[in-house]
Design a protein around this ligand. Structure first.
Ligand code: IPD
Ligand code: CA
Ligand code: CA
Length: 266
């Protein structure tokens, strides 16, 4: 493996583990946690902030001067410029606050818009998902591969609801309506980063969400690609590290998935 990527991955894995330990500790008393609403359906607590502080401190101790684009504390500029850590300190905040065991820490190290190393640490169930560019994707050190399912009728699809901007609702519901009879089922588990580990690990055959921020999907995007899958926008262009619609799949189903999402199947 490229020496820098190795160093970046190690730093990210160590930062994610430190944050995951803190989140797991706080989860024991989650009912006592005070939350604030960033918007009507978007919450934050001292746990998101404390996790990001720990990630920032660990990363900067290992890579002095590193720029961090983090959700809560340090949204420091363009995620496609230079070397940057793209950080979601707690993906699945609403799940965490309710004690629903599906939340994680997500960190992607990217260089000039190209993901280089990524980690998603599943806090509640355990599992450390890692990838480096060109060297594959792993869970707890075991190689991961996307599914081989080619028949839409057998596909399990992950998704996220457009809960922050209900102006997307009609378009989104029309997509669901088309997918419902065409697939084996749909799941909305509440953490986009973990949804992408599910695609990378072959549990989901595809996933889409109409609007995601870079920290929701950057690490998961590298995992899916390194596990053999595809990640694009709704038009089928390779996804970049800017926010937007994310369509991920095992690759085999990708063209069909884009067609049904875009209502091209008649
Ligand atoms: C959210 C989760 C959720 C997705 C949202 C994200 P957060 O992140 O990933 O599954 O539907 O779009 O914003 O707020 O829990 O970090
Ligand atoms: Ca998130
Ligand atoms: Ca978050």
């Amino acid at each position: 493996m490229h020496a820098d990527r190795h160093q970046w991955l190690n730093a990210a894995v160590s930062a994610a583990a430190t944050a995951a330990d803190f989140i797991a500790q706080e989860a024991r008393t989650h009912r006592a946690i005070q939350w604030e609403a960033k918007s009507a359906t978007d919450f934050v607590s001292h746990v998101d902030l404390g996790a990001e502080e720990r990630i920032r401190d660990t990363l900067l101790a290992r890579i002095p001067g590193l720029r961090i684009v983090g959700e809560e504390l340090s949204n420091d500029g363009n995620p496609e410029d230079g070397l940057v850590a793209i950080v979601d300190p707690l993906d699945g905040t609403t799940n965490f606050l309710h004690g629903f065991p599906n939340y994680c820490v997500s960190i992607c190290m990217a260089l000039n818009g190209v993901p280089q190393a990524a980690v998603i640490h599943d806090v509640a169930r355990g599992g450390v998902y890692t990838a480096t560019a060109g060297a594959g994707a792993f869970v707890d050190g075991q190689r991961m591969h996307v599914s081989t399912i080619a028949e839409p009728a057998r596909a399990l699809i992950g998704t996220g609801f457009p809960f922050r901007d209900v102006s997307y609702a009609e378009r989104y519901l029309a997509m669901m309506r088309r997918l419902m009879p065409a697939t084996a089922g749909m799941r909305r588990a509440g953490s986009a980063a973990l949804d992408l580990t599910d695609v990378a690990n072959g549990r989901f055959d595809a996933f889409w969400e109409l609007w995601l921020n870079p920290w929701d999907f950057a690490a998961g995007m590298l995992l899916v690609r390194e596990a053999g899958g595809r990640v694009t926008d709704l038009e089928g262009r390779e996804a970049r590290l800017l926010g937007g619609t994310i369509v991920a799949s095992n690759g085999t189903l990708h063209d069909w998935f884009l067609d049904i999402l875009n209502d091209r199947l008649g």
